[in-house]
Ligand binder design. Structure first.
Ligand code: NAD
Ligand code: MG
Length: 392
């Protein structure tokens, strides 16, 4: 394999850092073309010194000035804002773009990478939730490749490779169930600290809270639809607290083909970055003989309504999934800031979906971004109403 140069969007995050670990162990097979971060310029500067990219970019202008000072004379170009991000997403020297920004901020750069025909390793599921139709069409039209990094989707992608889709009757996505799966009683008073204590995965704050509400799995069902072209009725979610089985295919003859690996995101990241080859990784292996039991349960929809909200938003179509996603981001942030109870996260999302107008049909990117902005305002209003009613 020739040297493959990667642009990482969101390099200072949990996925970004795991990807850099994969590059570190690649023995020179993988290199870095560009790195991007939100505002953490100190961490980005350290990464740039280690990996010598052509370009680094931050969203924040002040951070860009600091980064420029820090890297002056290094020969590494420093960019900023949406333009910088787009440049990192489309850089000619990059062979593959890892889309690992969190949230809707990943939509435009992922679409830009798709339109420029890049091979995209996709961790940013929110971009497919909000703009899956546009992104998958752009990948097709520009002749790019979309490789899933999300562990469940990467598992399904590996299981589906070379298989005739007509032999597959159902996709199964597993969910850990999050920290509250086995908790008795009401979830009204759980704190951000409780919710951030994920039992099997170490991830960024937003996706960890999404795992606790099960919204993560709702987003992932929509993500799976866009990646694999399978209708939602043929995608099943099952709770599997050990996070060892990541996905399975139910075949038409009743066989179930499953993908197992340790819960370590570096494994699916490496599978995407080396695709279609495999590379020997130095990390933990699964030993079935000492693994103990693997458990599976149906999701509890009454306790975790997020999953059904996601199915409903998807069936409504148009900009509804973008609205679901944006309202969820605002509500999760309010919970992390202690302005909203845990159980109110899904109340806010349901409220915004119920009140908001939703464009139907196949929205263009401007409609999707406008729906995102409007849903954020509606969610902020919904949170104010909930806060007021709790005070009175
Ligand atoms: P994180 O919060 O740890 O990192 C997010 C990265 O995005 C950081 O580099 C941050 O600087 C950057 N960023 C944040 N806001 C930005 C903005 N407005 N503009 C530009 N950059 C911005 O998140 P994470 O856990 O690494 O997750 C990243 C994505 O991968 C999410 O979509 C998540 O759902 C998905 N994912 C994560 C995991 C995991 O194990 N962490 C697993 C599967 C999927
Ligand atoms: Mg996942």
């Amino acid at each position: 394999m020739q040297l493959r140069r990667v642009s990482i969007l969101g390099s200072t995050g949990s996925i970004g850092e795991s990807a850099l670990d994969v590059v570190r162990t690649s023995g020179g097979m993988l290199g870095i073309a560009a790195l991007s971060a939100g505002s953490n310029w100190r961490r980005l500067a350290a990464q740039a010194r280690e990996f010598r990219p052509l370009l680094v970019t931050v969203t924040d202008d002040t951070a860009a000035r600091e980064l420029g000072r820090e890297l002056a004379g290094s020969g590494i170009r420093v960019a900023a804002g949406g333009e910088g991000l787009e440049e990192a997403a489309t850089l000619a020297e990059a062979d593959i773009v890892l889309s690992a920004i969190v949230g809707a901020a990943g939509i435009l750069p992922t679409l830009a990478a798709a339109r420029s025909g890049k091979t995209i390793a996709l961790a940013n599921k929110e971009s497919l939730v909000a703009a899956g139709g546009l992104i998958t069409a752009a990948v097709r039209d520009a002749g790019g490749i979309l490789l899933p990094v999300d562990s469940e989707h990467n598992a399904l992608f590996q299981l589906l490779a070379g298989r005739d889709a007509s032999e597959v009757s159902r996709l199964v996505l597993t969910a850990s169930g999050g920290p509250f799966f086995r908790r008795e009683g009401s979830l009204e008073e759980v704190t951000p600290e409780d919710a951030l204590r994920h039992p099997s995965w170490s991830m960024g704050a937003k996706v960890t809270i999404d795992s606790a509400t099960l919204m993560n799995k709702g987003l992932e069902v929509i993500e799976a639809h866009w990646l694999f072209g399978v209708p939602l009725e043929r995608i099943t979610v099952v709770i599997h607290p050990q996070s060892i089985v990541h996905g399975a295919l139910e075949m038409t003859d009743g066989a179930l083909l499953a993908h197992l690996s340790p819960p370590d995101m570096r494994i699916p990241i490496a599978a995407a970055l080396y695709y279609p080859q495999r590379f020997e990784l130095p990390w933990q292996r699964l030993d079935l003989a000492t693994l103990g039991s693997l458990e599976f349960f149906p999701p509890d929809h009454a306790r975790f309504p997020a999953l059904e909200l996601a199915y409903a938003a998807f069936s409504r179509g148009g900009t509804a999934p973008a609205v679901l996603n944006a309202a969820n981001e605002v509500a999760v942030q309010a919970f992390l800031d202690r302005r909203l109870r845990f159980t109110a996260i899904t109340e806010v999302v349901a409220d915004v979906l119920a009140r908001g107008t939703v464009d139907s049909g196949s929205p263009d990117i401007d409609m999707i971004m406008a729906a995102d902005v409007a849903a954020r305002e509606a969610a902020a209003e919904s949170i104010r109403v909930i806060q007021a009613s709790r005070r009175s």
